[in-house]
Design a protein around this ligand. Structure first.
Ligand code: T1G
Length: 696
């Protein structure tokens, strides 16, 4: 077995080369290897310096996240870092690719740091519900000052080499083979008689307004606790001797390791990677995709085209007539201007996309050579069927014909073509060039290769692709309808939309459901209610007050008035809303009762979990983690809860079922417990048990 830490000497420099693919995570074996390597170097009388370097594509990506939750094994990472720093030898780190979390902490414990021009460093532990736990909150501020350290640690952002150089995180930027560059730098330091330079012996950072900073970070975290804790850890680096500051950091780190938020965020980290790796597609080769067609250049079609252009694909967008085609091109140009302004693309890339990669046509014949076509036309079955008939006639054999429909029956659309096996749903979320979620909706006749092609296209476009079966609303919109109905029922029963929004922002959502409705446009849900009215079960309760708002022309932000009034930059509850709600309660003979924020949160979540459990139970979603990823990447679910089904596991699925059974006593139509949920509770299993079973 290859040593995870290779040891060799080059003159007076001992090289510790980490070889733990794919990203040199600091596993127990690697930590042992580094300690042994330091001992060996210090025992060699000819060695005067140590170079730490990573093999493969990264220096070190951090502690081994796969070890979290297990009993930590010695040597612990802080001890490894202290061991490196305390060495009597001169220690140099040569960084390339990413140096993240414990990886940067190892580099900070060296005495000097050299990096490749495209190297990136960071302390992203907050994205895992943690803070740096191996000296990062104590050493980084000594190099950068408290302000930049707090920014880097609480944001978890990657810092490019040039900025890292300006912040004194790295001492030198030099292109070349990381080991060669590192050896040359170490030798130059020896030749110049450079002294060891332990960061821990540098001056403590100057103070900042700790309480104001803490409060600001806490507010921004919307309930996530680790970023604010990181502020206190950096404060310790300013106020305590190094060793005590390190102990304080370790205490905070260990406390956070025990939190539900850490479990939720680790679940999100691994699920985000697992969700698009379906076991059933492991050996299925996708068709090659270099050019895609888009039908319809409205907001959604232009967004999809933009996302494909940003992924380096050739795009042929077809619109009905020249005016619409020009408008579509203008929308795409605006989107690309935004990407240019945000530094996502260079001016050259921008120009190439608009001038070469994008073709806007008014004739379907332009689609004759594309590999995938995505239609994003009006949500009407007759319109879509006509489009697919044309696509069927002009697209080359083997082209994948995809619909972006958000609820129409894709089996019906496929049946209208001569190639139903090549038809699939690719449900993007608006704005399509920004939102990461993509539901890959699989009709009955789609072949595994066509499904794999959908996933490969999603990956190429930087999406989090989730497999969905065919049902009304697929995964996300079907669940959204359930929790929005629960919110509607609470309004009828006595809560106000504004209390509900406040309770859900307290839960961690950026916006509550009524504010989101105003943003999306109340007319969208109105159209859905009208569409479903003809098939709705009479036992289903649906508030009439939202329709009344729409009938009065109040569609939310776009008309300046919906559940809220939007005037002169202010957002206030619309007084008409409670007038209409109160009138409706009276008509329905309802005596309003109060709901605490906790009541509101538990009902809202119970509805979400119950519908999600039905969706998993029916096989619409392959695994519970699939549903979690849909809610995280398409509906703003707070990441530190991990997703609705991870949240349910952390609450205990039995307690969620108990809530549902309590609510069912008031309304046994809406609150019918999902069979899967009842089965899990009966078997003493969790949703995570299902995730694990599905991975084998
Ligand atoms: N531990 C274990 N496995 C890891 C890992 C890690 N730190 N980072 C990545 N992997 C796996 C990942 O699961 C995937 O596995 C493969 O590597 C490729 O990753 C004490 C406590 C490094 C930027 O948070 O941000 O240090 O699916 O698909 O898109 O203070 O991975 O192939 O089996 O994401 O090129 C801090 C997390 C840890 C970095 C590469 N570090 N990783 O992105 O590939 S906590 C992080 C990333 C810590 C100390 C604390 C990204 C990446 P598989 P990938 P990528």
């Amino acid at each position: 077995m290859t040593d995870v830490v290779a040891y060799e000497t080059h003159g007076a420099v001992a090289v510790l080369r980490l070889q733990n693919p794919p990203v040199n995570a600091l596993s127990h074996a690697v930590r042992q290897g580094v300690m042994a390597g330091m001992d060996r170097a210090e025992a060699d009388p000819d060695v005067r310096a140590v170079l730490i370097v990573g093999a493969g594509r990264a220096f070190i990506a951090g502690a081994d996240i796969k070890e979290f939750g297990k009993a930590p094994l010695e040597p612990h990472l802080p001890d490894v870092c202290n061991r490196i720093e305390a060495s009597p030898l001169l220690v140099v780190a040569s960084m390339h690719g990413v140096s993240l979390g414990g990886g940067l902490e190892v580099a900070l414990s060296a005495h000097y740091r050299v990096a490749q021009p495209e190297a990136r460093v960071g302390l992203p532990e907050v994205h895992l519900g943690l803070i740096p736990g191996a000296g990062g909150t104590q050493r980084l501020p000594r190099l950068t000052g408290a302000g930049p350290a707090i920014d880097i640690i609480t944001s978890g952002r990657h810092v490019g080499a040039p900025e890292a150089g300006q912040l004194h995180i790295i001492d030198r930027i030099e292109a070349g083979d990381p080991q060669t560059v590192g050896l040359a730098y170490a030798q130059a330091l020896l030749d110049s008689g450079a002294a060891r330079r332990p960061v821990s012996e540098m001056a403590a950072p100057a103070p900042v307004d700790w309480d104001a900073t803490y409060a600001k970070v806490l507010r921004k975290g919307r309930g996530q606790i680790s970023p604010a804790q990181a502020v206190r850890a950096v404060q310790a680096s300013a106020e305590l001797p190094f060793a005590q500051g390190l102990a304080e950091e370790r205490r905070m780190f260990r406390d956070l390791m025990q939190t539900d938020q850490r479990q939720g965020m680790i679940h999100a980290f691994f699920s985000e990677r697992a969700v698009s790796n379906l076991p059933e597609l492991k050996d299925v080769a996708p068709r090659s995709v270099e050019a895609i067609g888009v039908i319809g250049g409205g907001t959604m079609g232009a967004g999809i085209a933009t996302s494909a252009l940003l992924a380096g694909l050739h795009v042929v967008l077809v619109e009905r007539g020249q005016t619409a085609a020009d408008a579509a091109r203008a929308r795409i140009a605006d989107n690309l201007e935004g990407a240019l302004a945000r530094g996502k693309i260079t001016q050259e890339q921008h120009d190439g996309m608009l001038r070469q990669a994008l073709v806007v046509a008014t004739d379907y014949a332009a689609l004759s050579d594309v590999d995938v076509v995505i239609e994003a036309v009006f949500e009407d079955m007759a319109v879509k069927e006509a489009v697919f008939a044309e696509l069927d006639a002009v697209c080359k054999p083997g082209a994948v014909l995809a619909t972006n429909t958000s609820y129409l029956d894709i089996n019906e659309i496929a049946a209208k073509t001569s190639r139903p096996a090549d038809v699939i749903g690719l449900h993007f979320f608006s704005p399509a060039h920004v939102m990461k979620l993509l539901e890959v909706v699989v009709p009955d006749q789609a072949t595994p290769q066509v499904v794999a092609t959908g996933f490969a296209l999603g990956k190429r476009m930087g999406k989090v692709a989730v497999r969905s079966g065919v049902c009304d609303g697929f995964i996300g919109n079907r669940i959204m309808r359930a929790y929005r109905t629960a919110a509607d029922h609470m309004v009828l029963e006595g809560a106000t939309p504004f209390e509900i929004d406040d309770a859900l922002t307290a839960f961690g959502f950026a916006m509550g459901p009524f504010a989101v409705s105003d943003l999306a446009g109340l007319d969208i849900a109105w159209a859905m209610r009208k569409r479903l009215a003809s098939t709705r079960d009479p036992a289903e309760r649906v508030g009439r007050y939202p329709d009344a708002l729409c009938e009065a022309g109040h569609f939310g932000r776009k008309t300046g008035r919906g559940f809220y009034v939007y005037e002169n930059g202010a957002v206030v509850p619309n007084p008409e809303v409670m007038e209409r709600v109160t009138a409706e309660r009276t008509e329905r003979g309802i005596t309003p009762r109060s709901f605490s924020p906790e009541d509101i949160q538990r009902r809202y979540m119970a509805a979400m979990v119950n519908e999600a459990a039905k969706i998993v139970g029916e096989g619409i979603a392959r695994r519970p983690l699939d549903v979690d990823m849909v809610l995280l990447f398409g509906y703003g679910f707070p990441r530190y809860h991990g997703g609705p089904l991870k949240w349910a596991d952390l609450q205990g699925v039995g307690s969620v079922l108990a809530d549902i059974e309590t609510y069912a006593q008031e309304d046994d139509f809406f609150w019918r417990p999902a069979p899967l949920l009842k089965q899990l509770v009966a078997d003493g299993r969790s949703f995570d048990d299902l995730n694990k079973a599905a991975q084998t």
